[in-house]
Design a protein around this ligand. Structure first.
Ligand SMILES: Cc1cc2nc3c(=O)[nH]c(=O)nc-3n(C[C@H](O)[C@H](O)[C@H](O)COP(=O)(O)OP(=O)(O)OC[C@H]3O[C@@H](n4cnc5c(N)ncnc54)[C@H](O)[C@@H]3O)c2cc1C
Length: 90
């Protein structure tokens, strides 16, 4: 079986790309995800739900080249908002 488009990674970008591309009923799209699935929210590990620290248990260990430097970071900064602290990228 063949597909018109194969997308590796059902993350933020992959899901949007797959959704938009599959709007055309003539185009077949295969979305491949290697990570775990948690269909029931109660099964999601607490570190995934934490807003204060990255979930290293679900980190593929990819690094960037060059490494993150000035003005960019791989872990969230925490800022205060009206409702609750929100993780943000600098
Ligand atoms: C702790 C934290 C907090 C964040 N908070 C915010 C926020 O508040 N607001 C915001 O805008 N951004 C936030 N970000 C950033 C945001 O999560 C990323 O910018 C965004 O998820 C990147 O999207 P992506 O599709 O490139 O990658 P991802 O969303 O990481 O998707 C990549 C997917 O590919 C899968 N994958 C990897 N390798 C393979 C393989 N070989 N085969 C198949 N699948 C594979 C992974 O499992 C993953 O599902 C946060 C990031 C972190 C780490």
């Amino acid at each position: 079986m063949g597909y018109d488009v194969v997308i590796a990674g059902a993350g933020a970008a992959g899901c949007v790309a797959a959704s938009r591309l599959s709007e055309d009923p003539k185009r077949s799209v295969f979305l491949l995800e290697a990570g775990p699935d948690y269909p029931d929210p109660t099964m999601v590990p607490p570190e995934i739900l934490s807003i204060v620290s990255p979930a290293h248990t679900h980190d593929w260990g990819y690094t960037s080249e060059p490494p993150f430097t000035e003005g960019r970071c791989a872990s969230p900064a925490v800022s205060s908002s009206a409702a609750a602290p929100q993780p943000m990228l600098r």
